[in-house]
Design a binder for this molecule. Structure first.
Ligand code: NAD
Length: 264
């Protein structure tokens, strides 16, 4: 595209939305044309991004000419963003989680007519780690493989969604499903370990943003692959890179791995 990409951000007053606003401000590839917030959050958005016309902090209403929508809102906000994209043909990049089965189906259906990119983790580094781990697990099929993850002490789920996604990728590299290969530390591991299984270990404490390490353990040697997030803005950066890649993209269900593949 020779002109700036006309961008809308849905959920602009949230943690991820604000991180995106801060990045877009200094990124010449984009022109921010809408910052969609829920009515309760309008003042916060204006305070943080005061040089944008207040009119742009609004609902979708009469929005036109948008190339890409980035959505980090919630299930309702995503529905509204999808309404706009389906009506206008704009591409959709979404990181919103916690969707219902109906919404999952709606996104899949929408991808037949518009470009849709979904990712549970927008870190470009994690996407590369996922790919490397799939290859390593395939090349070393009988080595013990453990995924160790660490997060702050407020995180509720364990293992993390990213750890499980890494597990799925490793299992796929071994031609199996994670259900077939997983051994969880909370179940204990009595006796000898079955060759090629995938284990999980969880650390919770302090303000750790997110760390994932994959250990592939053979006899007399070990391969270690890992990723450390030190700043939540990495998710915003990944979403913005994805938006740049999605502008003008053909309809389809695209993934963060497609974005990486185009870069390396
Ligand atoms: P948040 O609660 O800080 O922000 C969500 C914002 O959306 C809020 O400001 C809320 O007012 C706003 N909102 C709600 N309904 C809306 C509507 N109808 N229209 C417009 N805005 C609306 O949450 P967050 O931490 O920014 O995360 C947002 C979503 O992104 C969550 O689903 C979270 O799980 C997900 N997330 C994904 C990634 C990733 O890499 N994929 C990373 C972080 C968070």
């Amino acid at each position: 595209m020779t002109r700036p990409i006309r961008l809308a951000i849905s959920g602009a007053s949230g943690r991820m939305g604000l991180a995106l606003l801060n990045l877009v401000r200094d990124d010449g590839r984009f022109e921010l044309v809408r910052a969609i917030v829920s009515s309760k959050s309008t003042r916060l958005g204006k305070a943080v991004y005061g040089d944008v016309s207040p009119l742009r902090f609004s609902a979708w209403n009469d929005a036109t000419g948008i190339d890409v929508v980035i959505d980090f809102s919630g299930p309702e906000g995503l529905d509204q963003a999808l309404d706009h994209c389906e009506a206008s043909g704009a591409a959709l990049v979404t990181g919103t989680t916690g969707l219902s089965a109906e919404q999952e189906a709606r996104l899949t259906h929408a991808a037949e007519r518009i470009a849709v990119l979904r990712a549970a983790n927008f870190s470009l580094g994690v996407a590369v780690l996922t790919r490397l781990l799939r290859e390593a697990a395939a090349a070393l099929p009988n080595w013990d493989l453990d995924i160790v993850e660490a997060h702050h002490n407020r995180k509720e789920d364990a293992p993390s969604g990213t750890a499980l996604a890494l597990g799925h990728a490793a299992a796929a590299g071994r031609g199996a499903t994670l259900d077939e290969l997983a051994v969880y530390s909370r179940e204990g591991r009595p006796g000898a370990r079955k060759a090629g299984t995938i284990g999980f270990a969880v650390v919770r404490g302090g303000d750790i943003v997110g760390e994932h390490q994959a250990l592939l353990m053979g006899q007399g040697e070990r391969v270690e692959l890992g990723h450390r997030a030190t700043d939540r803005s990495i998710f915003a950066r990944g979403a913005l890179e994805s938006a740049a890649w999605m502008a003008g993209r053909a309809p389809g269900a695209w993934t963060i791995e497609d974005v990486i593949a185009a870069k390396v």
